[in-house]
Design a binder for this molecule. Sequence first.
Ligand code: ADP
Ligand code: MG
Length: 387
Amino acid sequence: MPAISDLRDAFTTHFGVTPRLIVRAPGRVNLIGEHTDYNEGFVLPIAIDRCTFVAARARPDHTVRVFSANLAAEDSFSLERIEHSTTQPWGNYVRGVVKGLHARDLPILGADLLIKSDVPIGSGLSSSASLEVAVGYALQQLNQLNLLGEELALLAQGAENSFVGVQCGIMDQFMATLGRADHALLLDCRDLSYTPIPIPPDVRVVVCDSGVRHSLVGSAYNERRAACHEAVALLKTRLPRIAALRDVTAEQLEANADLLPPAVLPRARHVVTEISRTLRAAEALEHGSLIGFGALMYESHASLRDDYAVSVPALDTLVELARDLPGCYGSRLTGGGFGGSTVSLVSTSAVASFAESLAAQYQARTGNQATVLICTPAEGVSRVATF
Ligand code: ADP
Ligand code: MG
């Protein structure tokens, strides 16, 4: 975590004035419930102890100047004309949030903003949502706007959907806003109701970036969504009351399997079983059964690999290696798949040697370099300094 005094000094060096405040918003990782969000199902993420920090000061004019210390780049625009930037794509995350505030008729002054993040950028821990939420919250605090919690999350998601052009669900912005220290949130993607589930202090969440990225991600994601959509349309001919795969039980799916083409059935099966696993995993955690929770993580991985077909050999290798290491309760791919990261639940006492061995064995087996992060569940967006 960057020191508050360093952030203040960096702001002062860049803008020639001191900041008024500093806020932080966390990244996130999903423990279980993969590809369930767009099927109106459940997810079980934690906000992580890696954050985007924004140091901010209001300006007397209508200009927003924003400096990313991570990219050593500045963007600047007028509140009166907020357009998509082609030269500074990263600035669109900020522009989108400001435009969203305007669209809601929330009056704001210009601002100087300095951004510094220790969320790895572009590796699936949602640096983008933490940036949007941190910027939205900084402007909320500077201008004393009535915009908090779920509304802030929805505004940030709207910025990413319509201004940046990424069709993400609500989970990332929701966690950056409403994450809870020492808890995962069981989030119902249908109505955004949620239940905090305590994570015991004797376990850590380990995220391991495989270093593998596939160009397939976007098209495969769209294909999977289309398969779910098709499954609902076909199942509806016999189950007229369903609105999404969320409404279908495993028994109903198997009883009506004849309705679905062979390529669609396993996709629907993953979603239906994953939603049930997520609910059972939350229950296991509530009852303190880490072994039960971990077993469901392994099942989730197998389902993503075999039924949903979104794993790749590097992720399968990471999960297999994790399974054989001391102190590991469970492991699975997290995020969309086709590369990216795995998430594992590991006993706190074994976590340092787990992280070291996993990276070393993965490199020996595949030649790839993994990046391992040991995380604890963190609080959603907050103000960390006032000057
Ligand atoms: P993820 O959200 O998984 O990290 P994305 O591709 O969704 O990956 O978002 C990454 C993008 O968000 C970056 O390419 C950049 O445009 C923007 N971004 C995130 N953090 C920062 C930052 N600290 N400074 C500038 N831009 C950032
Ligand atoms: Mg993102």
